[in-house]
Design a protein around this ligand. Structure first.
Ligand code: CO
Ligand code: ZN
Length: 329
């Protein structure tokens, strides 16, 4: 699991430019699916089985990044726009990489730091004869580190969700009573775009997003029940999704039956692919299994290995047992 995680978090793939990470994931999953294809927006979709219920499992493969949009004529410094939710307080001094390998250092002009226009990228010493990166996207650079039970890395949002999905596919060995569609979605960080076409293409009976969530165990952090090491987080609510009672209970009962550690997730800021999947056709009951994460959208996102394992156990339990959702009362 750790080796796969390292490979995925360190593979380049900002929103709209997921070709490298998609190829990498395809290598992992090709033998684990009955059929794979890429839809018109770029989502990689993998069908496993052909039985009872159609379940769409979505994990987004894009990572936050930026795009150079102007080069200062004198200095050659690059101005840039965001591809996803950049945190201004973590930009200064960070390194980014363009697709051709050009490395840039993000700097902030004196007295600035509030607006994105206060920052610039220094690539002037590159010297490799690479073209001016205006119009080119870049992703952050940072190696993954494991400290005890914790993984520290960039882009665990949502490559760790991709890891959970792939590990479950490995465990299933193409055996399931259901018809599963594992979707590695594009452009989540710029507005949940990939999940929309993935769900329209698949037209599932049930949707499950696998994504990261925040944690309430940081200094002066937001008031949130979720903590690292507390198990798989079963989403109850976020600003884009009120999880149907039947879906929530389906997940809780699975955890209780299999002895999987879990916690309930109530997130006050942020949405996932599940919030667009639920709006497909005449409505798709959808939920989300979340991996508790500290320092979201920084280059040192931090998760607990036991929590990731619990998410893998929960998802594989859900997909290998008969699904009977209780009626809403
Ligand atoms: Co994100
Ligand atoms: Zn995410």
């Amino acid at each position: 699991m750790l080796e796969l995680t390292k490979t995925l978090v360190e593979t380049w793939g900002p929103p709209g430019y997921e070709h490298r990470i998609r190829n990498r994931i395809h290598e992992e999953v090709a033998a684990l699916a009955d059929e794979t294809w890429v839809d018109g927006l770029g989502n990689l979709i993998c069908r496993v089985g052909g039985g009872e219920k159609k379940v769409l499992i979505a994990a987004h493969m894009d990572e936050i990044g930026l795009m150079a949009n102007y080069q200062e004529p004198e200095s050659g410094y690059l101005r840039f726009t965001s591809l996803g939710g950049l945190r201004h307080d973590t930009l200064n001094g960070n390194r980014v990489q363009f697709e051709d390998g050009t490395v840039g250092v993000i700097a902030v002009q004196e007295g600035g730091g509030k607006a994105l226009s206060d920052f610039y990228i220094d690539v002037q010493e590159d010297g490799n004869g690479n073209a001016t990166p205006v119009g080119q996207p870049a992703a952050f650079m940072r190696e993954m580190q494991v400290r005890g039970e914790r993984i520290v890395a960039k882009s665990l949002d949502d490559r760790i969700g991709c890891v959970v999905a792939i590990e479950v596919m490995r465990r299933l060995k193409r055996e399931t009573p259901h018809e599963l569609y594992f979707a590695f979605t594009v452009q989540e960080e710029v507005g949940l775009r990939g999940a929309k076409t993935a769900a329209q293409g698949v037209r599932p009976d049930i949707g499950i997003a696998i994504d990261v969530t925040g944690s309430g165990d940081q200094i002066r952090g937001s008031k949130m029940q979720v903590k690292l090491g507390g198990g798989a987080a079963i989403k109850v609510h976020d600003p884009g999704l009120v999880v149907p009672i039947a879906i929530k209970n389906w997940m809780i009962e699975r955890c209780e039956a299999d002895g999987i550690p879990y916690q309930l997730e109530l997130l006050t800021g942020g949405r996932t692919d599940a919030s667009v999947i639920q709006l497909t056709d005449s409505g798709v009951p959808s939920g989300c299994i979340s991996i508790p994460t500290r320092y979201l959208h920084t280059t040192s996102e931090t998760v607990d290995i036991g929590d990731v394992q619990a998410c893998i156990d929960l998802l594989s339990g859900l997909l290998t047992n008969p699904i009977e959702l209780q009626q809403a009362h």
